[in-house]
Design a protein around this ligand. Structure first.
Ligand SMILES: Nc1nc2c(ncn2[C@@H]2O[C@H](COP(=O)(O)OP(=O)(O)OP(=O)(O)O)[C@@H](O)[C@H]2O)c(=O)[nH]1
Ligand SMILES: [Mg+2]
Length: 362
């Protein structure tokens, strides 16, 4: 018998191991379109008991998808932009017809002009070695940018693969495109599975659209150094912005510390005395301000969902209108004063200094 694959997550269907990907009880095997038990439970109960797909398996599937595809749509989460561009992933897509869909734009305050965001994204992509690539800002949550995205996908040939790191919304973007391309009536009941937890899509799954276009979902590339991957899934859900971004403004001078308990601390070593630090994260995260004397307490303040035992600190020079972006957590932006900072982060967490995403530009 031919192998069959779950339409929601792409896992190979099997009926022997209920605790493994692709399980479908024997009595449900005789359906045309098939959904594994894990996808069924994610869709109906929001439960993902099996955890994420392993990084190595995901990489193997992405490679196979690349070989199959005529072009690639790289999906990036605007709120965690730098994490979305790991060099290994960029190496895999180099040489392919490429466009970039920058997702979750709904989380950016409305007063920020979309054109300004687009030029920020283009200059960052330029910096990461992707100059001149077609960029579309989208929101799979509210449909923003999808007509433009659908138009530009056609330039990528007949077999287009959606790729990106875990949890950026690849399956959500594909699901919305399928609604547009296939339409309500003819649309198959089963759709790419979406969940708030990273590592949901297991393997490549393909969808045929009218006109001979085939669109494919792929598992997320597992990035290194993302703080939301270091903590319990419950805390990760609070860290990752879902409905809104929250901002916290602090006048910060030498000797002050702003911190998120158990996750990071930003210590001011020097400033010109009138500076402001603005922290941006998901709304489930609380920032606090204290003094350097309290630093050890701030870091060790118990956060049972963030079992961080090893810390590292780095010296950072942050100019006005620059962001210190911490992978999988958020960013701190400097206003009015250059800052010399010492940032305390979990060992292995990555960070970037960049021109500010939000607010007045230089
Ligand atoms: N606010 C907001 N949330 C989004 C958007 N797109 C996706 N999400 C949420 O992001 C989370 C991940 O979405 P998925 O589509 O499963 O992401 P993925 O990239 O396919 O994830 P993996 O399969 O794990 O690699 C879900 O909670 C989605 O609801 C968006 O445009 N805006
Ligand atoms: Mg997915």
């Amino acid at each position: 018998m031919n192998d069959r694959y779950c339409q929601g997550c792409g896992a190979k269907i099997q009926s022997t191991e209920p605790d493994c990907f692709g399980f479908v009880p024997v009595h449900l095997l005789d359906q045309d379109q098939i959904l594994c038990q894990r996808c069924f439970r994610i869709n109906h109960y929001g439960r993902n008991e099996m955890g994420p797909v392993a990084a190595g398996d995901s990489l193997e599937s992405i490679r196979a998808g690349m070989d199959w595809s005529t072009g690639v749509c790289l999906v990036i989460d605007l709120l965690d932009f730098e994490s979305g561009l790991p060099p290994e992933l960029l190496g895999l897509i180099r040489g392919k017809g490429l466009m970039v869909a920058v997702n979750k734009v709904d989380l950016i305050p409305k007063k920020t002009p979309r054109k300004e965001l687009e030029s920020w994204v283009k200059s960052r992509l330029d910096y990461y070695g992707l100059p001149g690539v077609k960029v579309v800002l989208v929101s799979a949550a509210n449909g923003y940018g999808f007509p433009d995205l659908a138009d530009h996908l056609t330039a990528l040939g007949k077999q287009v693969l959606f790729v990106g790191i875990t949890n950026v919304g690849k399956s959500s973007v594909l699901q919305r495109i399928l609604h547009m391309r296939i339409g309500g009536g003819k649309r198959k009941r089963i759709e790419p599975t979406i969940s708030a937890y990273p590592g949901t899509t297991v393997s490549v799954s393909r969808w045929s659209c009218p006109g001979g276009l085939v669109l494919a979902d792929s598992p997320g590339f597992v990035p290194k150094g993302r703080i939301s991957d270091f903590v319990t899934p419950e805390l990760a859900q609070k860290i990752i912005p879902h409905k809104s971004l929250s901002s916290h403004l602090y006048p910060v001078q030498s000797g002050d510390v702003v911190f998120i308990k158990g996750l990071c601390a930003v210590e001011c070593l020097s400033s010109n005395g009138q500076g402001l630090l603005l922290g941006f994260t998901g709304s489930g995260v609380q920032w606090q301000k204290s003094s350097s004397k309290q630093l050890v307490k701030c870091l060790q303040k118990s956060n049972e969902q963030a079992p961080i035992t090893m810390w590292e600190d780095r010296l950072v020079q942050l100019e006005p209108r620059e962001d210190l972006s911490i992978s999988g957590l958020g960013w701190v932006s400097s206003r009015k004063s250059p800052y010399k900072l010492r940032v305390h982060i979990p060992k292995g967490a990555e960070y970037t200094i960049r021109p500010n995403l939000l607010g007045p530009k230089n």
